[in-house]
Design a protein around this ligand. Structure first.
Ligand code: ZN
Length: 178
């Protein structure tokens, strides 16, 4: 995941995505997709072979703009996550260089209730929180992180756990919205 991020930083800040699947007890990544040069949107290829179970989707944020440096998930990323967030444990992974983030489905019915309560307006409502906080927080990574903590609220209510791991050990995740 580090190398895919570094690849983007030296190739026009392009993102990459892949999915993580499980088959016969073995977990592995597949379907690597390179993002476009112009946009920051990464397509995800969810094509599965017979017997494969989808566990997670991953993408990078290779960013250069000073105020958005190494930001956490975008509102679009939550929409992408929601496409397959139908089983407990399904995960969205994000690599931003110095940190790694995850959304995890911890309660399917609470997650569904959270989505319904937002009435399909995640982008607009997320941005309202973001705009309020942006006058107080100048660091792009901290700003997007705090926005998710406030927007999702406690995982015990929204059903979505929000996690962060920081370099050098990006496998040591801390829950940001307990
Ligand atoms: Zn993203």
């Amino acid at each position: 995941m580090d190398s895919l991020y570094q690849w983007g930083m030296t190739n026009g800040f392009r993102e990459q995505s892949f999915i993580v699947v499980k088959k016969n007890g073995i977990i592995y990544p597949k379907n690597y997709v390179v993002g476009t040069l112009s946009g920051d949107q990464t397509d995800v290829n969810y094509t599965l072979a017979t017997g494969e179970q989808l566990l997670a989707y991953f993408h990078t944020h290779a960013e250069d703009t000073a105020s958005y440096w190494r930001t956490s998930f975008s509102p679009d990323d939550l929409l992408e996550f929601n496409k397959n967030a139908n089983v407990t444990g399904y995960t969205a992974l994000l690599e931003v260089g110095n940190a790694r983030y995850a959304f995890v489905v911890e309660d399917v019915s609470k997650k569904s209730a959270f989505n319904i309560s937002k009435k399909g307006r995640h982008e607009k409502l997320y941005k309202a929180v973001f705009n309020t906080l942006s006058s107080q927080i100048s660091n792009g990574q901290t700003l997007t992180e705090e926005t998710w903590i406030q927007y999702l609220g406690s995982a015990t209510v929204s059903g979505i756990g929000f996690y962060k791991a920081t370099a050098p050990n990006k496998n040591n995740f801390t829950k940001l919205n307990p």
